[in-house]
Design a protein around this ligand. Structure first.
Ligand code: NAP
Length: 503
C-alpha cells in the first residue's frame, strides 16, 4: 500500500478508518505497523488511565518477565540497555513508553476509553463501538488487542469478604500496605506467586504459602548485563540480533520436550527440574510436597532460582491442606486448624479471556460472538478472523498463545498480517472482508487435531483448558510455524464484498 497524505488524526473523533482496542504490547505494535503503512486515520482506545497492559497492572514485588528480554521485545525495536537478562516489570513498562515516543504514537492513543459493545453495520461495512461513557465511535476496521490474561481471577473461598485484614490480588498490588513484620498468606503457587514469595519473604514476620498443585520449576538464568555488552549491542546491533535469534532458536528447541507427548527429552527436562528441587530443598518432607505429580509442560513451566530457597526459610510454611474458609482474622484449613494472618495475597491467576468475547460483539445478521463461540468452542482463522465478523481482527485470539517462547513473536506476526488485510480492504475499496467458513473450519480442525498429542491434555488442570477440557488458548506448534503461516494475507480465504450502487 502506498503512503497516503492523510494527516495525523486527533484521537477524539467519532469516526476512524481503524480502531485498535488496547494499548498494551499488541495494540502499540499494531499502531506502529499502521503508521508505517501510511494509514494514519486510526485511534487506539485504552480502557485504563495509562498504556502498558499487563506491565502497567503487574507491579508486585519481584514481577519480571520469565522470557529473556532480548526476545521479549519488538524485533524491530531492539533495546541495547536491558539491565538484566530477564528485565523487571518497571523496565519493561519503560521500554513500552520508549517505543511509543520513538514511533510518535501518543497522539493516536486515547486513555480512559473502555469499549463496552460493538456492532457491525453491513450496509456501510463499518463497526460501531460503544464506549463506557456512552460515546459512539465508528470504524471501517477494528483490531481487538485486549490481551488474554488481564482480569484477575478471584477465588471463591467462603468468608473471604469478611476478612478484617488486607486482601488483594497480585495484579492489583497495594503498594500502600507495608508488609514489614506482618503475618502474610499467599494463595497460589503459579508464575506470579513464585516471583512474589522470594521478594517479600525477607520482609515479613511469617509467610504461609497455600499450594493446591506444585509447579514444575526450572532454574532461571537471570543475571545483570555488563556495561560492555550494552555498548556492544548499541554499536553493533547485528550482534544483538544474532544473540536474539540464537535465544529464540533455543526456546523453539524446548517446544518438543515441553509440549509433544512421549518424547524422551521431556524426561530430561523433568530431571533438570528435580535436580533444581533436590539441590535447593534438603528437607525430604518439604521436597515431597513440592514435587509435581503430573507431566512437565502440562501447566506452564516456571523459571526461578530463588523460589525453592525461599521456601526453606524459617519464616515460611508450605500449606497443602485445602483451605476450608477465611475467618475474620485468618485462614482455616480442612484439618480444622486456623492460622491468624494480617494480609492475604491472592496469587490466583486470571480469568482467561483468550477465546471468549471481551464484550458484546454483534456481527452480520445480528449474531453475537459469544453465540458463535459457544459451541463447539472458539474458532478463528489464524486466531485472527472469525466468519460472520467482517473487518474485525483479533490479536492473541484463540489458539495463538505460546507455552514455550515469547508471545511477542506471535503478536508481531499478527500485526503484520492484519496491516496487510486492512491495506487490502482499503486498496480494493471493499465494503468488507469476511473470512470464509471453510478456511476457518480447516484451520480449527488442524489446531484441535494436534491437541491430543500435546502435554497440555495429559491430565492436569490449567488455565490453558476451558471448562470442557479443550485448549483454545495455545498454538500447538513452533512459533516459527505460526509466523510462517501468518506471513502473508491470503485474499482467497476471505469473501470480499463491494459497495452496491445503492449503498
Ligand atoms: P496461575 O499460573 O493461573 O496460578 C494461579 C495459582 O493459584 C495456581 O497455583 C492455582 O492452583 C492457585 N489457585 C487458583 N485458585 C485457587 C483457589 N481457589 N484456592 C487455592 N489456590 C488457587 O496464575 P499466575 O501465577 O498469575 O500466572 C498466570 C499466567 O500469567 C502465567 O501462566 C503466565 O502466562 C503469566 N505470567 C507471566 C509472568 C512472566 O514472568 N512472564 C509472570 C506472572 C504471570 P492450581 O494450579 O491448583 O490451579
Amino acid at each position: 500500500m502506498k503512503k497516503s497524505n492523510q494527516s495525523p488524526t486527533p484521537s477524539h473523533r467519532p469516526d476512524h478508518r481503524v480502531v485498535i482496542i488496547g494499548a498494551g504490547f499488541s495494540g502499540i505494535n499494531m499502531g506502529i505497523r499502521l503508521k508505517q503503512q501510511g494509514i494514519t486515520d486510526f485511534v487506539i482506545l485504552e480502557r485504563a488511565g495509562d498504556i502498558g497492559g499487563t506491565w502497567r497492572d503487574n507491579i508486585y514485588p519481584g514481577c519480571a518477565c520469565d522470557v529473556p528480554s532480548i526476545v521479549y521485545s519488538y524485533s524491530f525495536a531492539q533495546h541495547a540497555d536491558w539491565s538484566r537478562s530477564f528485565a523487571g516489570s518497571a523496565e519493561i513498562q519503560d521500554y513500552i513508553r520508549r517505543c511509543v515516543r520513538r514511533y510518535d504514537l501518543a497522539p493516536w492513543i486515547r486513555l480512559n476509553a473502555g469499549v463496552s459493545r460493538a456492532s457491525f453495520n453491513e450496509g456501510q461495512g463499518s463497526w460501531t463501538l460503544e464506549l463506557d461513557n456512552g460515546e459512539r465511535i465508528s470504524a471501517r476496521a477494528v483490531v481487538s488487542a485486549v490481551g488474554g490474561l488481564v482480569n484477575p481471577s478471584m477465588p471463591e473461598i467462603a468468608g473471604l469478604d469478611n476478612f478484617r485484614g488486607e486482601v488483594f490480588h497480585t495484579a492489583r498490588w497495594r503498594s500502600d500496605v507495608n508488609l514489614t513484620g506482618k503475618r502474610v498468606a499467599v494463595i497460589g503457587t503459579g508464575a506470579s506467586a513464585i516471583q512474589v514469595i522470594p521478594s517479600i519473604q525477607p520482609q515479613v514476620e511469617r509467610l504461609d504459602v497455600y499450594q493446591r498443585t506444585p509447579p514444575w520449576v526450572l532454574p532461571k538464568p537471570d543475571f545483570e548485563i555488563a556495561e560492555r555488552t550494552k555498548r556492544l549491542f548499541a554499536n553493533l546491533p547485528t550482534a544483538q540480533r544474532l544473540l536474539r535469534n540464537t535465544i529464540f532458536s533455543a526456546s523453539e528447541a524446548i517446544f518438543g520436550p515441553l509440549v509433544i507427548l512421549d518424547t524422551k527429552a521431556s524426561s530430561v527436562l523433568e530431571h533438570v527440574a528435580r535436580r533444581n528441587l533436590v539441590s535447593n530443598v534438603p528437607d525430604p518432607a518439604l521436597r515431597e510436597k513440592l514435587t509435581p505429580k503430573y507431566r512437565i509442560g502440562c501447566k506452564r513451566v516456571l523459571l526461578s532460582s530463588d523460589y525453592y530457597p525461599a521456601m526453606t526459610r524459617e519464616n515460611v510454611r508450605l500449606v497443602t491442606e485445602p483451605i476450608a474458609r477465611v475467618t475474620p482474622t485468618g485462614i482455616k484449613t480442612g484439618d480444622g486448624k486456623t492460622e491468624k494472618v494480617d494480609v492475604i495475597v491472592l496469587a490466583t491467576g486470571f480469568r482467561v479471556d483468550i477465546g471468549s468475547a471481551p464484550f458484546e460483539i454483534v456481527g452480520r445478521n445480528g449474531k453475537s460472538l459469544s453465540d458463535a463461540w459457544s459451541n463447539p468452542g472458539s474458532k478463528a482463522y489464524l486466531g485472527m478472523s472469525v466468519a460472520g465478523f467482517p473487518n474485525w481482527f483479533f490479536m492473541l485470539g484463540p489458539n495463538t498463545g505460546p507455552g514455550h517462547t515469547s508471545v511477542l513473536v506471535y503478536t508481531e506476526a499478527q500485526a503484520n498480517y492484519i496491516a496487510q488485510a486492512i491495506g487490502n480492504l482499503f486498496d480494493r475499496r471493499l465494503r468488507y472482508l469476511d473470512v470464509r467458513r471453510d478456511a476457518q473450519d480447516a484451520w480449527h480442525r488442524m489446531i484441535q487435531g494436534r491437541m491430543k498429542y500435546t502435554s497440555w491434555t495429559s491430565g492436569c488442570s490449567s488455565w490453558y483448558l476451558d471448562k470442557n477440557g479443550e485448549n483454545h488458548a495455545l498454538f500447538p506448534g513452533l512459533a516459527s510455524e505460526y509466523v510462517w503461516r501468518a506471513r502473508q494475507f491470503r485474499p482467497e480465504h476471505y469473501d470480499a464484498t463491494v459497495y452496491s450502487a445503492s449503498a
